[in-house]
Design a protein. Structure first.
Length: 301
């Protein structure tokens, strides 16, 4: 089977099979590595043994979107994180679900990503978490006032519960390892002012919107791509993947454009003896660029 066909199977079968499980559970790093090892081996070696010479492009680059120079194979670590954000989204949008209030498989990185990906509009304050929700200028109190957060002994309250009768202040307790510092006082005053300036609208539920979709609703796809914001983009989509050509030629073009084919110049750098000349024009050194652009034989074609 050609590499292009194996790529399709990796995307549609080997990657798709564990998705349902990965939505519900946070599996270990070792398990993800084993899944990646199987996908990596099949992509480059099929059913054979994998060796360094067969792996023409490193796995991190392979798992980048095609618009960023990769092959478009899902990065399971990032995609499972995107899937787990569904739990946090439904905690907001559907309070009737029987698991709401129980522990979810989301870690601190998941919650940080969720906070950075959402906008909150305060209503009655019943859904907004006092410490965990980004209600102060789009940021969470636990991030803005970490010293105050450290000495809080009740971190699970809603904004309404924390604001009523300044209950959040009553939750602050200094222990033997804590002390009053200038930074702590500054953060305490800043949080006091933020809470005082919040106006709760009784009867109006809190609202949350997703930043990365037009309709403001969470999708796993947008959460996945949000983790690559700022990454440099390429024109590989228009240059290679949208071209009218068989898949195996597109795959080979992807390798060539990254100089990952075994031309004479690359063989020479590894000490493999060869005559070095282009087998078509027999005048210049064979390189990937020469084969596709500067070779006089190629130009005539």
């Amino acid at each position: 089977m050609a590499a292009a066909g194996r790529t399709t199977l990796v995307k549609s079968v080997l990657t798709a099979q564990p998705i349902y499980l990965l939505t519900a559970l946070k599996i270990t790093k070792e398990s993800l590595e084993q899944l990646d090892k199987q996908r990596h081996r099949f992509l480059w070696a099929g059913t054979g043994d994998i060796t360094g010479g067969k792996c023409k492009v490193n796995w991190t680059k392979t798992c980048m979107p095609t618009s960023q120079g990769g092959l478009g194979v899902l990065n399971l670590d990032k995609f499972t994180r995107a899937l787990r954000l569904r739990w946090l989204w439904h905690e907001w949008k559907d309070q009737t679900k029987p698991w709401v209030g129980l522990e979810t498989p989301c870690d601190e990185i998941d919650r940080n990503l969720f906070a950075a990906s959402t906008n909150i509009t305060i209503g009655d304050g019943n859904t907004v978490r006092f410490w965990e929700s980004a209600w102060i200028g789009g940021r969470r109190p636990k991030d803005l006032m970490p010293l105050v957060y450290t000495i809080s002994k009740n971190r699970g309250k809603s904004l309404r519960q924390g604001k009523e009768e300044d209950a959040w202040v009553q939750d602050l307790k200094l222990d033997s390892q804590s002390s009053i510092t200038v930074d702590l006082v500054e953060q305490l005053v800043a949080l006091w002012e933020a809470v005082r300036n919040v106006h709760l609208d009784v009867g109006e539920p809190d609202q949350i919107t997703w930043k990365f979709t037009n309709n403001g609703h969470y999708t796993a796809s947008s959460a996945y791509h949000a983790q690559r914001c700022g990454a440099p983009s390429t024109n590989f989509n228009s240059l290679i993947w949208k071209a009218w050509a068989p898949g195996k030629y597109k795959f080979h073009a992807w390798l060539i454009i990254q100089n990952r084919v075994w031309t004479s110049d690359r063989l020479a750098t590894r000490g493999w003896q060869n005559n070095g000349c282009c087998p078509l024009c027999r005048r210049e050194t064979e390189t990937a660029l020469h084969l596709i652009a500067t070779c006089r034989y190629t130009k005539r074609i």
